[in-house]
Design a protein around this ligand. Structure first.
Ligand code: HEM
Length: 396
């Protein structure tokens, strides 16, 4: 297997990781990413296969689990119940409970609210240069996930802070300060959720938390800790990736040089545009899996407990799968793109994210047909996340 060096902290790579992905794909099904010290897959069919290969999972076998340092105990005590980190049967139990409460009717009912929030935000945008992330993209997913779960909307800014501090644990740049902030956020967020669960237990509403509590009291096995972790995961996952998908999407559309409103002429073309923006520049570039047994895969000997990196964004630019992959081409509609993952852990929130983007983007461009980028967009140094630090625009 070929070895490649590429620091995930290198500013040039952070701004444009795609040239490295092109090199990585040329090495065959797997290459060894020295900086991470594990093999990775960058081609579409390999990444797709490995995401669905049940011989790989998310959970490290018990006997190989590394010792957790004391100062991180609270963070991992919460994380160990996260769907993202689990294997069947626990994963199946929690995921199926969630799928039953996360219904398409409940999601589609949010359409008019997303529409209303987007229009209200557009009406308040400045005619001076402004950051479209903090003024627009950030608000919609946070307000909507709060409403869906039944968390008071005024908690939005606080949730954003806790969430940013917690997900920072998954970026390549991690130090003691980041870890301490993540633990403090975990403790505060858990305390808050515990109080909210007590309130909802006393007076349930129509929100998702109340439904999860009801399902639990009707005999579904979900411990209080699992319930808290699941709500926190939904609140965090429910906005982090969507905010960056909206802003990466705005950038892609504005840089395409085409008339933005032409991408949104009907529901079908809107959906095609959304998936193509996620194929072209997704917000989450890599997830890992762990070998659950000793085996040879794509010519490599994996030992039980070994990691493999699955590079979703590199797969989405594979020329064997997509013609001229570096072109943003809505006519292909991003078909089969892996930005939402695949297999067991496929994103539960994909229909909600598509709905939010499919309403927020056309409304924005309808209001501001002359929207223009006025400063070179800069991606934040937070690999494997791929989101902009800010996106300065004028409404034209
Ligand atoms: C455009 C926005 C989004 C993107 C690009 C995205 C991407 C992803 C990806 C790639 C995974 C799979 C991770 C893996 O295979 O290890 C995932 C899982 C997940 N996502 Fe999303 N997501 C988005 C929005 C959302 C939203 C809005 C929610 C919730 C309301 C959500 C909730 C989840 C959950 C709970 C999982 C874990 C599923 C499991 O492990 O079974 N996501 N997402």
């Amino acid at each position: 297997m070929k070895h490649l060096d590429q620091s995930p902290l290198d500013p040039e790579f952070v701004q444009d990781p795609y040239p490295f992905y092109d090199i990585a794909r040329e090495q065959g099904p797997l290459f060894y990413w020295n900086d991470y010290d594990f093999p990775c897959a960058a081609g579409f069919s390999t990444v797709n296969d490995l995401l669905r290969d049940r011989r790989f999972g998310r959970e490290m076998p018990d006997d190989l689990k590394p010792e957790i340092p004391d100062h991180l105990a609270a963070f991992y005590a919460l994380e160990q119940h996260s769907l993202l980190e689990l294997e069947p049967p626990k994963h199946t139990r929690i995921r199926s409970l969630l799928v039953r409460t996360f219904t398409s009717r409940r999601i589609n009912d949010l359409g008019p609210e997303i529409d209303q929030i987007s229009r209200r935000l557009c009406n308040n945008l400045s005619d001076q240069p402004f950051d479209i992330i903090t003024e627009y993209a950030e608000h919609i997913p946070v307000i909507i996930i709060c409403r869906m779960l039944g968390v008071p909307e005024e908690m939005g800014p606080q949730l954003l802070r806790w969430s940013h501090d917690m997900v920072a644990m998954y970026q390549a740049r991690r130090d003691r300060e980041i870890e301490d902030r993540a633990v403090a956020a975990t403790l505060a967020f858990s305390d808050y959720m515990q109080q909210l669960l007590l309130e909802r237990q006393k007076s349930p509403g129509e929100d998702l938390i109340s439904h999860l509590i009801t399902a639990r009291s009707q005999g579904e096995k979900l411990s209080e800790q699992e319930l808290i972790t699941t709500c926190i995961l939904l609140l965090n996952a429910g906005h982090e990736a969507t905010v960056h998908s909206i802003s990466n999407g705005i950038k892609t559309i504005l840089e395409s040089g085409q008339t933005p409103t032409s991408f949104f002429t009907d529901d079908k073309s809107t959906l095609r545009c959304i998936d193509e923006t996620i194929r072209f520049d997704p917000p989450l570039h890599m997830f890992t899996r762990i070998a659950l047994q000793d085996m040879q895969v794509f010519g490599h000997d994996f030992k039980r407990g070994d990691s493999v990196g699955l590079m979703l964004a590199a797969a989405n630019r594979d020329p064997q799968r997509y013609e001229n992959p570096a072109n943003f081409d809505v006519s292909r509609g991003g078909v089969g793109q892996l930005g939402f993952g695949a297999g067991l852990h496929f994103c539960i929130g994909a229909p909600l994210a598509r709905l939010e983007m499919g309403i927020a983007l056309p409304i924005l461009f309808e209001h501001f047909p002359n929207l223009e980028i006025v400063e070179k967009p800069v991606y934040a140094n937070r690999y494997h996340f791929h989101g902009l630090e800010k996106l300065m625009v004028t409404s034209g």
